[in-house]
Structures are given as structure tokens and as C-alpha cells.
Write a protein of this length. Structure first.
Lengths: 507, 330
């Protein structure tokens, strides 16, 4: 290529595979000096993998990544080297220490000393104040990071990243936690960086945002490069088509026939997390929940399940109001949850498969205070067979199982209880395609047994394919509930990318 | 090369050894049995006074107080916490018991019941602080330990309380089939705890809690109830230990139980309990106790001064924690 003069970064035919999935297939990308380059695609399109390869966190299987600080291309081995080289990834919250002040965070590792060899705090805070003012951010530099809101923390993290005199800054979903006003601040910050000739790679779901901010946009889908286009040559719909462009596969065809209402959620609200959430679930229905990261779907479900508190909202089960304060209450009312992250929320990793399957339901096999271990083992074996959990033995520690089999163990744990409503939160992420199909079959069987399902998913073909109706959320609010038959990937994405006007929701 | 010439039987014997014997001695319990065995043989050879019926029974009898505290520590460690107030609870129980008996002259049965209630209550208090404030268990129990150690001195006026009635002190002298009652009591609580850990919902729940609190919560486990029960049960075991301590000394001292706070934890950890939670066994805690007491007893027979024994006990704690780390990094 002969674009060396204004290129900062060239990614050339990069491929990367993980066990069971080819995350990137021959992707190329070129970033110019002073350019804001958007990187878009659905969840699982390979954006994060590409970012991790650029920052050196992953090593590509094939292809070349070259940086042009001077005229010669340089390859990078790991994130530390990347940082030294001037590549700042603003998504890395690790770079900020929550227990110390904003000012100390800005100067950590290079705190100014006075003649006595003692830290000159006056200077730290006056300089920090200046930096904050430069970006029109009205915060006291003496404030500790953990006293800031998530959004403020994000802004401070981003500013810190820019202090290291970078020449390329990567933003990965930076506005997920920001209000509209704070997003404006961020955009100003980004334009300032651009003026300095710094290259910016901006990863986002929000198409409107990318269209407004970026010079060029690269679209990925299923690990492949679709195209790189200039914003002036396209419109939002065109980008959306590029992101979607795929037919729903047959594997999602489940037989369902929703009946009368079984569960109704009314007016759930929690401060900055979600507002005015109301929806109902019918018997033997699969109700999909779609939204982009940070839309609040998981938080609503955790609150429904009693895992988190909320400010207001009621739950009705078969017409009668029920009160759920803890997950224990929810399970007793017949509501179960397969949580988002099986490793940290679903499984007791050091314990056996049998222990994990049984741990929600010891009451049903306890007599006079004593557990019937034989029943526990029988039940574990039964579910291992029924859900086809591939494990050497019921005694095998669950941490040794593959992702799909771990997920089926979490499902088995819930199925040991008498449940009417089961919430699946991103149940098919990180499991291989075979296990995915098996999970769909389990869901189909549950529906036939008369149960009702809430299915949170960020994968469009999946959520459209298996749901009867789809609730779409954006920034903590429901922006629409549509029939799956009328839904298209384009339509859902457009709804989910909408930024709801917050002031309308107080009236 | 030699392997080629060995017979099939020899091979199967070697296989069996590799398959069953070697892995057993690699478990914490197996290693401990081996270490205890080797030290015992060495002591029997080096001294005449170690391998006597009197000394062996005495060693077991002396182990009971620490033995019960080690099991109490174990329960808390499995649940993912740590309780440094276990010895103080035993000391508080012992002092109250001595005062009920020696000063107030309450009946023996009633005094024992009150003492158990005080110890169990102290444990419950730990559980309440830890669950309701989400304070690290180490900090919470460090506080209650200090409170209780102060309370013991306040109650006793800093003096030893003795003059306990014979109807009480004679209990400690009871032998059944030539074996002292202390050992039956220890054995009973070892079995009880083993059954609770293995065969009750509470027992299984503490493993889940110890492996990941969020997982426990989302699995519908009642965190409050489980935490309260864990620390109450630990307090209950410590109160039994405090009663045995009083029986052994015929009195209660203002510093009672102080040496047991950390030694109890050490014994549990030597026995394979992981401070990261969800790992540990009653058998291990019992063997850990025996090793600690064996080393102390052996020191007396070889003629090492108590001050050196303190140093050795300290080293043992370090070895215990190092073992925990090595097991984790394996």
C-alpha cells in the first residue's frame, strides 16, 4: 500500500479464531491522521476482538497490524508496549484507581515533588483543575473516584487516557453510561483530539452517533469486513443494512402458542438504571428482550427476581400482586433466573456438578432436617441425562466443564424447582452452536410443559427467531414492544439505537 | 528399562499403589496422617516418655479444647469468612461458667446451659454484624474478640475464678471404658459437625456461600439465615470448648482462650481448609489439631522450653498458610 504518509494504523487481512468460533476473517482497516473512524457491527461481529488485537491484548492468527508513528510500520506485542507507544484505549477502567482522588489518578507514577521530596499536592490539584476546566468539566480534583457517578468516572478515565500524549485513542462504547449532556462533553473532547492530529477509533452500537461523529465507518459482520465507507456516501439505513443483511436461520423455529397473561410488571423504576418499565408475559410465550449494551434489560430482570432493589414497581402473578424481596422469594413464587454471567453468578465453581444442580432445591429432598444424598445424586444424574450435560461424572467439579455444559448445569439448577416463569439472560453467549440449539430445544420443551419464558438476547437473529413478542429497551426505558413476525433486524436496531428523551418521562 | 522385565502382578501392584495410595497421601488428610505418623515414630525412638498409655491419652485429652475451636474455625472458613474471636468466645464462656458456679453457686446443669447460650449468642452477634454491615469478617471478629477479652477481665476483676463445686469438677474425671469423657465429647461434636456439613441444607449452603456470595444469593439461598447460623454454630462449638477448658483447669483465668484464636484457624488450614472458602473437611481440622498438639507435646518430652514452642507454633501457622497457597497454585 502506498498510503504511508497519512496512515496511523493499518490492519491488513487479520484473522483470529477461538475454540468453536472464527471471530475475525481477513479483516482490513486503515486509520488516518486526525481521522475519527467508526467501527460498527452487531454484538459478536468481532469489534472487541479487533480492538484487542490492535491494543496487543490478543495475538492474531494471521495478517498484519502496523503502526506508523514515523514513516516506518511497527508491530506491537502487548498492551503495555501499546501504551508506551501512545495507543490509549479509553475503555480500560483498570487504568483508574477508585480509592484515590481525580488529581492523584491523573498524576499517578509522576507526582510532582517539592524540595523536601514530599508530594506537592497544591500543584497536583491546581494542574488537575486546569485539565478538567479545559474540557469544561466542573469537578473538584480532590474528589475520590469512587464518589463519582459511573458516567463521571467514564469521563475522568477518558481524560486520563488523553493525558499520556497519545497518537491513537480507541473508544469502546464510551457513551453507554453517559447522559446526553455528558455525551456532548465527550464529543467535544474527541473533536479536540482530532484537531491535534490524533487518530480516533470509535466503537459503537449507536448508528446516529457514529454518523454524526465519524469521518469514515467500517462495518463488521460475523467476523468479516463488509466495507469501509465515508459518512457522506451513506445514510443510517444503509449502515444498518450492512450490519444486518442475513436471513433468520431455521434453528430458531420453535412451536409456541401463547395463552392468557401469567405475569405482569408495572411501572418498575430505579433512579438512573431504568424508568417506567411495564410489560406482561403470557402463558407459554417467549418474550424477547432486545437492547444494546447498557439498555437496562439485565437490571430490570435482576430487580424482578429480587436480586437488586428498585424504587418502585409492582409484580402481578396470575392477576394477584406478589412481593419479591430476595431471589429466594422469587423462586418460591415460581420465577427463576438464568443469570447473565454463569461464571460469577450462576455456578459455584469449586463444587461438583451434582452440588451445583441441587443447590437451589435442597428443601425438596430434605426430611426431618436431613438431606437425602441419594436423591440428590439421582436427581443430578437425571438432569445430566435429560439435558445431555457432558461431564465425566456427577462428582466432576463444574469449573472443568465446557461453556455449553456449564450453562446447561445452571439451567438444570433452576429446573429442579417448580417454576412457571423462567428468565434467560444472554443464555447463549459463549457457548458453541451445538449447545445453543440444545438450549433452544430445552426452552421449547419448557413451553410445551406450560411454562413461560423471558429471553434477553443481544443477538438479533436469535431474539427475532425464537420470540413471540419482543420488548425493545434503550437507555433504561422501553422504546417499543412488537410482534416478532413484524420485526426485522433493521427495525429492532433502529428502535434500540433511539435515544429516548428523558424529560418526557416525568409527566 | 527395568520395567520391561517386571511381571504382570508386580505391575498391577504398582498401578494400584499409583492409583489409590499415592493420591491419598497427596490429599491434605493423607499428608497429615503421614506427617503425624513420622513425628510419632521419631518421638518414640528419641524419648522414653512419649510412647506411654498415659501420655497418649493425655495428648488426646489436651487436644479437645483446640479440637472444638478448630472445627468452629473450619465452619466459618468454609463459608468464606474468618473468625478470630473463637478463642475469646471459649474464654468468655469459661469465665461466665466459673462465675455462675463459683460465685453465684447456680446448679451445674443451669450454669452449663447459660454458658452455652452466652457462647452461642456471642457467635450470633458476630453473624449479625457481618451480614448486616457487610463488614469483612476479619475486622468484625477482631472487634468482638477485643470486646470479649475486655469483658472477661471486667467480669473477673482480672483474677482467676476458682473454688468450683466438686459436682462440676468431677465430670471431667469420668472415664468410660477407660477413656476420658473429654474424648467422647470431642468425638460427638466431630460426628455432629460432619453430619451437618454433609447431610443438611445448611451444611451444603455454606460451601456455596464460600465459593461465591452472588451465586449463593441468585440460587435462592437465604444469606442472612446462613450467615447467622454459621457464626452461631461456631460460637456454640466454642462454648463447649470453654466448658471443657474450665473442667480441665478447675477454674477460669482472665486470659482464657487467648492462645486459641489463631491456632484454631491454623489447625483448620493445616487440615486443608482454604481461606478462599468452599474447601475444607472436619477430618482435616481434627488431624490439624492433632499435629499442632503433637508438636507441643513432643517439645515437652524432648525438653524444649515453652518460649521456643511459641516460636514453633508461629512457624506452623506460616507453613499452614503457605500450604494453602501452594494447593491453590497447583
Amino acid at each position: 500500500m502506498s498510503v504511508k504518509h497519512d496512515s496511523l494504523l493499518e490492519v491488513d487481512n487479520v484473522s483470529k479464531g477461538f475454540p468453536g468460533v472464527q471471530a475475525l476473517k481477513k479483516v482490513s482497516l486503515q486509520l488516518k491522521k486526525g481521522e475519527i473512524h467508526g467501527l460498527v457491527g452487531e454484538n459478536g461481529a468481532g469489534k472487541s476482538t479487533l480492538v484487542k488485537i490492535i491494543t496487543g491484548a490478543y495475538k492474531q492468527d494471521d495478517g498484519i497490524v502496523k503502526f506508523f508513528k514515523n514513516s516506518e510500520g511497527i508491530s506491537i506485542k502487548d498492551p503495555i508496549e501499546a501504551q508506551k507507544f501512545g495507543i490509549a484505549a479509553a475503555y480500560q477502567h483498570l487504568t483508574i484507581v477508585p480509592e484515590i482522588s481525580i488529581g492523584e489518578n491523573f498524576f499517578v507514577g509522576k507526582l510532582p515533588l517539592n524540595k523536601m521530596g514530599v508530594v506537592n499536592w497544591e500543584q497536583v490539584y491546581s494542574k488537575s483543575k486546569k485539565i478538567l476546566q479545559e474540557y469544561n468539566i466542573n469537578l473538584n480534583p480532590r474528589t475520590k473516584i469512587n464518589r463519582l457517578s459511573v458516567a463521571q468516572q467514564a469521563l475522568v478515565t477518558i481524560i486520563k487516557a488523553t493525558l499520556q500524549d497519545p497518537y491513537l485513542v480507541i473508544f469502546d462504547e464510551p457513551t453507554a453510561h453517559l447522559s446526553n449532556e455528558q455525551s456532548e462533553m465527550l464529543y467535544n473532547l474527541i473533536f479536540r483530539l482530532k484537531e491535534k492530529g490524533i487518530g480516533i477509533l470509535y466503537v459503537s452500537h449507536y448508528i446516529e452517533e457514529v454518523m454524526e461523529l465519524c469521518d469514515r465507518i467500517t462495518v463488521l459482520k460475523d467476523g468479516r469486513l463488509i466495507d469501509t465507507v465515508g459518512v457522506d456516501d451513506v445514510n443510517e439505513n444503509k449502515i444498518m443494512e450492512m450490519m444486518v443483511g442475513r436471513k433468520i436461520e431455521e434453528m430458531y423455529d420453535l412451536n409456541t402458542c401463547p395463552k392468557e397473561e401469567v405475569l405482569r410488571v408495572e411501572d418498575f423504576s430505579k433512579n438512573n438504571t431504568f424508568q417506567n418499565i411495564s410489560f406482561s408475559l403470557k402463558k407459554q410465550e417467549i418474550l424477547g428482550f432486545f437492547g444494546l449494551e447498557g439498555a437496562g434489560r439485565t437490571e430490570v430482570m435482576r430487580s424482578l427476581f429480587g436480586a437488586d432493589k428498585r424504587e418502585k414497581g409492582q409484580v402481578f402473578l396470575e392477576g394477584e400482586e406478589i412481593f419479591i424481596d430476595t431471589p429466594e422469594d422469587a423462586l418460591n413464587h415460581g420465577i427463576g433466573l438464568i443469570p447473565e454471567d454463569r461464571m460469577t453468578q450462576g455456578l459455584a465453581l469449586p463444587l461438583s456438578t451434582s452440588d451445583n444442580i441441587n443447590m437451589s432445591s435442597y428443601d425438596s429432598i430434605t426430611k426431618f432436617g436431613v438431606l437425602n444424598l441419594k436423591n440428590a445424586v439421582e436427581r443430578a444424574k437425571e438432569f445430566i441425562k435429560k439435558l445431555d450435560i457432558r461431564t465425566p461424572s456427577f462428582k466432576t467439579k463444574v469449573e472443568k466443564l465446557s461453556g455449553g455444559n456449564q450453562q446447561k448445569t445452571v439451567i438444570a439448577k433452576m429446573l429442579c424447582r417448580e417454576l412457571d416463569v423462567l428468565i434467560f439472560d444472554e443464555a447463549t453467549t459463549g457457548v458453541d452452536v451445538g449447545a445453543k440449539v440444545e438450549i433452544y430445544r430445552i426452552i421449547e420443551r419448557l413451553i410445551n410443559e406450560g411454562k413461560s419464558i423471558i429471553f434477553i438476547s443481544s443477538y438479533l437473529p436469535e431474539v427475532i427467531g425464537i420470540s413471540d413478542r419482543i420488548v425493545v429497551m434503550s437507555q433504561g426505558q422501553i422504546v417499543g414492544i412488537i410482534d416478532a413476525q413484524e420485526a426485522s433486524e433493521e427495525k429492532l436496531l433502529k428502535m434500540a439505537s433511539k435515544i429516548p428523551k428523558k424529560e418526557n418521562f416525568h409527566g | 528399562m527395568a520395567k520391561q522385565y517386571s511381571t504382570a502382578e508386580e505391575n498391577s501392584a504398582i498401578n494400584k499403589f499409583n492409583e489409590y495410595i499415592v493420591p491419598f497421601f497427596k490429599t491434605p488428610e493423607g499428608t497429615l496422617i503421614l506427617v503425624i505418623f513420622i513425628i510419632s515414630i521419631a518421638l518414640s525412638i528419641v524419648t522414653d516418655s512419649f510412647l506411654t498409655t498415659y501420655n497418649i491419652f493425655n495428648l488426646f485429652r489436651q487436644s479437645t479444647v483446640l479440637g472444638l475451636i478448630a472445627i468452629a474455625s473450619l465452619i466459618v472458613i468454609i463459608s468464606g469468612g474468618i473468625d478470630v474471636s473463637v478463642g475469646a468466645i471459649a474464654g468468655l464462656t469459661a469465665m461466665n461458667l466459673a462465675i455462675f458456679l463459683g460465685v453465684f453457686s447456680y446448679p451445674v446443669f443451669l450454669s452449663v446451659i447459660f454458658a452455652i447460650l452466652i457462647g452461642t449468642g456471642a457467635g450470633l452477634f458476630n453473624g449479625i454484624i457481618i451480614h448486616e454491615t457487610r463488614m469483612p469478617s476479619f475486622i468484625a471478629t477482631l472487634g468482638t474478640m477485643t470486646i470479649m477479652q475486655g469483658a472477661i477481665k471486667l467480669l473477673s476483676g482480672g483474677r482467676t475464678v476458682s473454688g468450683l463445686p466438686g459436682s462440676f469438677t468431677s465430670i471431667g474425671m469420668i472415664d468410660i471404658f477407660g477413656i476420658n469423657i473429654f474424648l467422647y465429647i470431642w468425638m460427638f461434636f466431630i460426628l455432629l459437625t460432619w453430619v451437618i456439613i454433609k447431610y443438611t441444607k445448611f451444611g451444603r449452603n455454606i460451601f456455596v456461600l464460600g465459593s461465591n456470595m452472588e451465586v449463593a444469593k441468585l440460587s435462592g439461598i437465604n444469606l442472612r439465615k446462613t450467615t447467622y447460623l454459621t457464626y452461631s454454630f461456631a460460637g456454640f462449638l466454642c462454648s463447649i470448648s470453654g466448658i471443657l477448658l474450665t473442667l480441665r483447669l478447675f477454674s477460669a483465668v482472665p486470659t482464657g482462650g487467648q492462645g486459641y484464636n489463631l491456632t484454631g484457624i491454623a489447625a483448620a488450614v493445616i487440615g486443608g481448609a482454604s481461606l478462599k472458602g468452599a474447601t475444607g473437611s472436619v477430618q482435616g481440622a481434627v488431624l490439624g489439631t492433632l499435629l499442632v498438639m503433637l508438636i507441643r507435646n513432643g517439645g515437652v518430652h524432648i525438653g524444649i522450653t515453652p518460649f521456643v514452642m511459641e516460636v514453633i507454633t508461629g512457624a506452623l501457622i506460616i507453613i499452614a498458610v503457605a500450604l494453602d497457597t501452594f494447593r491453590k497454585t497447583d
